[in-house]
Design a protein around this ligand. Structure first.
Ligand SMILES: [Zn+2]
Length: 102
């Protein structure tokens, strides 16, 4: 779910990921029967939640990088054993509002 097109939402550079909310969201959405939530690469269950949001931009027509175009704000979850990384949409997780704040 990318944000709507238009000016990108300014993410407060001082804002950080609320790790408690991320852990609660993961506990309610990540099925416990999924091999005990272990890493699909190494099998270890030791995840680290990054403090900062990632910001993934999309490509425009012709594959051009668009500064200020459609984008995905993401939460980064990394396996502390092998580095396998999962990305979750911060808007879907309810960590960021769907529309820019006035
Ligand atoms: Zn791993």
């Amino acid at each position: 779910m990318p944000e709507a097109s238009g000016p990108p939402r300014p993410i407060d550079p001082s804002s950080t990921v609320d790790k408690l909310k991320v852990a609660e969201w993961l506990n309610s959405h990540w099925r416990p029967d999924m091999v005990q939530r272990s890493c699909t690469v190494c099998g270890v269950t030791k995840w680290t939640i990054a403090e900062d949001f990632a910001y993934l931009s999309t490509l425009g027509s012709g594959g051009a990088i668009q500064i200020g175009g459609r984008h995905f704000p993401l939460v980064i979850l990394t396996c502390s054993n092998c580095g396998n990384t999962l990305l979750f949409n911060a808007i879907v997780m309810g960590l960021l509002p769907k529309k820019p704040e006035a």
